[in-house]
Design a protein around this ligand. Sequence first.
Ligand code: NOJ
Ligand code: CA
Length: 726
Amino acid sequence: MKPKLLIAILILAYCVIPATAQTLRSPDGKFELNFKLSAAGEPTYNLSYKKRPVLNDSKMAFAIKDQPSFASHFTLVDSKTGTHDETWKPAWGEVSSIRDHYNELAVTLQQVSDKPGSSDSRKMTRRLVIRFRLFDDGLGFRYEFPVQDELKYFQLNEERTEFSLTGDHKAFWIPGCYDSQEFAYNTTKLSEIHAMKGKYVDLEADKKVFADNAVQTPLMLKSDDGLYINIHEAALTNYPAIYMMVDRDDFGLTTHLAPNAVGSAAFLQTPAKTPWRTVIVSDNAADILASKMILNLNEPTKIANTSWIKPQKFVGVWWEMHIGTGSWNYSDTNNVKIDEVDWKTLKPNGKHAATTANVKRYIDFAAANGIDGVLVEGWNVGWEDWYGNWKENVFDFVTPYPDFDVRELQRYAAAKKVKLIMHHETSASAANYERRIDEAFRFMKANGYDSVKTGYVGRIIPRGESHDGQTMVNHYSFVAETAAKYRIMIDSHESVRLTGLSRTYPNWLAAEAARGNEYNAWSVGNPPEHETILPFTRLMGGPMDYTPGIFEIKLNVYDPAKKEVVHTTLAKQLALYVTLYSPLQMAADLPQNYEKRMDAFQFIRDVAVDWDDTWIAEAEPGDYLTIARKAKGRLNWFIGAITDENSRVSTVPLDFLPADEKYAVTIYADAKDADWDKNPMAYTIESYIADSKTVLKLALAKGGGAAVSIRPATRTDLFRLKPYAP
Ligand code: NOJ
Ligand code: CA
């Protein structure tokens, strides 16, 4: 649906301000931004919140290939301020309408320098616009390079935007890596990151960790005196992702750009603009999660009619491969070069999961339980040769294995009113995918698919590029745009982390781009605090396909030798459907595991994936999180409460419910003796009558959680259920 302007854009006061020092305040007056040129003509800004400094004087500079320094000797040639107040409706989201309200300051700077290589001291003049937007939840700013003679087509070697923090804050961070965000979070002081220079090593194949003192964004910080600060970027297009270097002695951060294959970072042609640099600040952690600033800094949708874009739940031929009981491969042959053998001659390995019969089993389960879709991985030839070879043409995205009957499954799924979701693992060969994408999308549409999960496991082709560089950033947008032409929805794995682009491309429903639940299947896993940090980090940029809903927590049930465990209780897996926002939620476990616990699965059946409103009831990064959400267009509410490795009692007043109405409240909780490590699958389910005066007390086990489903009470409920009493 086309976003509707509820309040027209107001450009109140555009006026020229000649002074060199500029002050901008947020609409509510809590934030103050000061911009000035230093004595050396360096662009410099600082930021305060409720009169408390957030960022001390911070400089802004660029290194442009084969050009003089673009850091100082600027003069201010123009300055404009404005204000904007608009309310828009996202195609889907945590809330059904979003207010975009900010005050703006745009400064035009000019620098005159000696022209390199000219013997007669000729001068060159270059201009830069810095646009600041101050919202009630924080600051966004970007750089614009207007059309000009000395900057027409150029390469950026680096952007050096400083964020001069005021102290040795606590940071929730993952190390700098151009190819992956799939790390567990570290929680340390900034000084500890600083002291780590050259020491942090977490090299896994395919992950070029350059760690040193670099960390990724969204970076979540907390000051000793209780200020929460989130630093990220919005609208990352045609530019590399940023990292934060923690290499200054005074706790200042400086941006660093993902490099490209030719030793610079970005190729730009004027007019050009960078993504927005974002600083969201509050003295209340819940406000950080409630901020919609990153979405607001993105361009409105490019898709005129969004009615075909549907938030959805899905199951999939997926977890069985991750736990090792099934395979993506059709055959057991190792080191097969798919382009050198006739794959039809390969012998089936007996474990291939994407068979017609197995997929029908998932379709039956989805149909019986109101689940919209079924993802199928390992359906197409190439998996014998997909990993580690850095090969260009492994997958063609249109050739199924012989035991996967595309036509029959199309017929079967349609008859059961279930949508199949295609999987396009590209093995990071973006070049191959771009060449084949139209054929691949036409194949999808011809066979009844309108959603695709893409994947970029491995080293990027074009070789020398990385997952987070400009070339790949452009690739992900190209895929989203091309998919939109075919009315296809996207869930991207191993793509760059999100920056709010779903406002522009609402068919890009979710991404992984962080360490998902899959790590619990085959690695040391995700520590119990992991899901309390993700909303403050990765999810600040947009929805994550975390793949929650694992009920069989100890994986040695499949194989006594298997040591891996999911580091949560079962009840916490339910709570994640509310606390880890995504319009695309997988019920990731096997149908047979759900069938054993249909009472708990009822929550997954019921929970919504699109929302009218969201209340962050309690939040502390790394510790706990409680969120209540109202289902879009319905009178149902859902609550998720999670904790880290410590047990706790979550207190949730239901004062968001309309007064004087009675509700049936079903609580899926950890049993008294539950514990993620010792007794993860012990849960209780109880139903009560409640109203807006009720205050729920939810006891969360170590590594535990609670999920609550709320709906208007029927007469039978009023007769059958007791009033809630903690
Ligand atoms: C990694 C993805 O995150 C996972 O979901 C997928 O199953 C594998 N790659 C195979 O493509
Ligand atoms: Ca992954």
